[in-house]
Design a protein around this ligand. Structure first.
Ligand SMILES: Cc1cc2nc3c(=O)[nH]c(=O)nc-3n(C[C@H](O)[C@H](O)[C@H](O)COP(=O)(O)O)c2cc1C
Length: 185
């Protein structure tokens, strides 16, 4: 089916911190499974999601460069923790922190991605928002070349890798982050 992209509204859906939003996609990001909590939060029914690209819940406030980073990692079979603002069917938004697991076939080829998302702490959302805003502004002027350059520069200046930056924003250690998602599989 073809989606009519909802008009974003200034209403946040606050997640239940005890629950996990799960989905599974094929190698190209086409949704093959969504759990009940995913559907409860985004407001789409199963029949509306299955077979659709995962960008059905893409929010226009998300910089393109974050998804480029995400796909670079996924194509490499690596995990990525990203703070993502998603768009629900009624135009509301909700923030998540992501975690991915890659599934391979016997030939070692990627066949699916499993994604689990949880509620991020409010201070992490507050910390990332101005950075995403800046990245979006740069993308409007100079595309992903501009936002990518800013991100590289920002991380270099702060002497951080992307993963270290996310840990800093979340104010946790890698072990704590692993533990945070350890109940999720
Ligand atoms: C398993 C999996 C889960 C994803 N989850 C989300 C998500 O929750 N929100 C989102 O906007 N994009 C998600 N994506 C990324 C989308 O596929 C897409 O790249 C993104 O929405 C940006 O849209 P675009 O690539 O059309 O610009 C996910 C991708 C995969 C493979």
């Amino acid at each position: 089916m073809s989606f009519i992209r909802p008009q974003p509204i200034d209403h946040e859906i606050i997640l239940d911190e005890t629950k996990i939003i799960m989905s599974k996609t094929d190698k190209k990001g086409i949704i093959e499974y969504a759990n009940q909590y995913f559907m409860n939060i985004c407001g789409y029914d199963e029949w509306e999601l299955m077979g659709e690209p995962h960008n059905v819940i893409r929010h226009p406030d998300m910089p393109k460069i974050v998804f480029k980073l995400l796909w670079d990692r996924l194509d490499d079979g690596k995990n990525i923790h990203a703070l993502v603002k998603n768009l629900a069917k009624d135009g509301s938004f909700y923030w998540v922190i992501t975690n991915f697991v890659t599934q391979y076939n016997e030939k070692g080829e990627i066949i699916a991605y499993f994604s689990r998302r949880k509620k991020p702490p409010r201070y992490a959302i507050e910390a990332i928002m101005p950075i995403y805003k800046k990245l979006i502004e740069l993308e409007q002027e100079g595309g992903m070349d501009a936002s990518g350059a800013f991100l590289v520069n920002f991380l270099t200046e702060n002497n951080l890798t992307y993963d270290e930056f996310i840990l800093q924003v979340l104010k946790i250690t890698q072990e704590q982050l692993d533990y945070y998602f350890s109940d999720a599989y």
